[in-house]
Design a protein around this ligand. Structure first.
Ligand SMILES: [Zn+2]
Length: 90
Protein backbone atom coordinates (compact mmCIF):
# COMPACT_ATOMS: atom_id res chain seq x y z
CA UNK A 1 0.00 0.00 0.00
CA UNK A 2 1.23 3.47 -0.72
CA UNK A 3 -0.03 6.84 0.29
CA UNK A 4 -0.10 10.03 -1.73
CA UNK A 5 1.04 12.73 0.66
CA UNK A 6 -0.89 15.97 0.10
CA UNK A 7 2.15 18.22 0.60
CA UNK A 8 4.35 16.16 -1.71
CA UNK A 9 1.56 16.14 -4.28
CA UNK A 10 1.27 19.92 -4.04
CA UNK A 11 5.03 20.32 -4.32
CA UNK A 12 5.24 18.00 -7.33
CA UNK A 13 2.40 19.90 -9.00
CA UNK A 14 4.11 23.23 -8.48
CA UNK A 15 7.42 21.88 -9.77
CA UNK A 16 5.75 20.38 -12.84
CA UNK A 17 3.94 23.62 -13.58
CA UNK A 18 7.17 25.59 -13.24
CA UNK A 19 8.75 23.29 -15.81
CA UNK A 20 5.78 23.43 -18.17
CA UNK A 21 4.80 19.83 -17.46
CA UNK A 22 1.57 18.14 -16.46
CA UNK A 23 1.16 15.31 -14.01
CA UNK A 24 -0.77 12.64 -15.89
CA UNK A 25 -0.84 9.85 -13.35
CA UNK A 26 0.89 7.79 -10.74
CA UNK A 27 2.84 4.56 -10.82
CA UNK A 28 3.54 2.16 -8.00
CA UNK A 29 4.55 -1.45 -7.55
CA UNK A 30 2.96 -4.52 -6.05
CA UNK A 31 6.02 -6.51 -4.92
CA UNK A 32 4.10 -9.63 -3.95
CA UNK A 33 0.76 -9.45 -5.76
CA UNK A 34 -0.57 -9.05 -9.29
CA UNK A 35 -0.85 -5.74 -11.16
CA UNK A 36 -4.51 -5.39 -10.26
CA UNK A 37 -5.75 -2.42 -8.22
CA UNK A 38 -6.24 -3.20 -4.56
CA UNK A 39 -9.27 -1.90 -2.69
CA UNK A 40 -7.00 0.85 -1.35
CA UNK A 41 -5.88 1.73 -4.90
CA UNK A 42 -9.47 1.99 -6.09
CA UNK A 43 -10.52 4.08 -3.12
CA UNK A 44 -7.57 6.43 -3.57
CA UNK A 45 -7.83 6.66 -7.36
CA UNK A 46 -11.50 7.51 -7.28
CA UNK A 47 -11.14 10.00 -4.42
CA UNK A 48 -11.68 13.70 -4.82
CA UNK A 49 -7.95 14.56 -4.65
CA UNK A 50 -7.10 12.54 -7.75
CA UNK A 51 -7.80 13.80 -11.25
CA UNK A 52 -10.32 11.65 -13.12
CA UNK A 53 -8.01 11.73 -16.14
CA UNK A 54 -4.97 10.25 -14.42
CA UNK A 55 -3.45 6.97 -15.48
CA UNK A 56 -2.97 4.55 -12.62
CA UNK A 57 -0.01 2.33 -13.49
CA UNK A 58 0.82 -0.74 -11.42
CA UNK A 59 3.94 -2.86 -11.77
CA UNK A 60 3.77 -6.36 -10.34
CA UNK A 61 7.04 -7.92 -9.25
CA UNK A 62 5.39 -11.10 -7.97
CA UNK A 63 6.49 -13.32 -10.84
CA UNK A 64 9.76 -14.01 -12.64
CA UNK A 65 9.00 -11.19 -15.12
CA UNK A 66 7.57 -7.79 -14.11
CA UNK A 67 4.03 -7.13 -15.34
CA UNK A 68 2.86 -3.57 -16.03
CA UNK A 69 -0.80 -2.65 -16.35
CA UNK A 70 -2.56 0.70 -16.50
CA UNK A 71 -6.01 1.75 -15.32
CA UNK A 72 -8.27 4.78 -15.43
CA UNK A 73 -11.44 5.73 -13.70
CA UNK A 74 -14.46 4.03 -15.13
CA UNK A 75 -17.84 3.52 -13.56
CA UNK A 76 -17.53 3.18 -9.82
CA UNK A 77 -13.92 2.00 -9.90
CA UNK A 78 -10.96 1.54 -12.20
CA UNK A 79 -10.92 -0.09 -15.62
CA UNK A 80 -7.85 -1.37 -17.40
CA UNK A 81 -6.68 0.58 -20.43
CA UNK A 82 -4.39 -0.53 -23.25
CA UNK A 83 -0.74 0.04 -22.49
CA UNK A 84 2.10 0.00 -24.97
CA UNK A 85 5.62 -0.08 -23.59
CA UNK A 86 8.37 1.34 -25.73
CA UNK A 87 12.00 0.80 -24.90
CA UNK A 88 13.98 4.00 -24.95
CA UNK A 89 17.74 3.97 -25.26
CA UNK A 90 19.42 7.35 -25.16
ZN1 LIG B 1 -1.61 -0.83 -5.49
Amino acid sequence: MFRLDAMQYLSAGMQAEAEGLDIIGVMHSHPLTSAVPSDHDTTTATGHLISATWHWVIVSLAGPVPVVRSYRRGGPGLVEEPLRLVEHRP
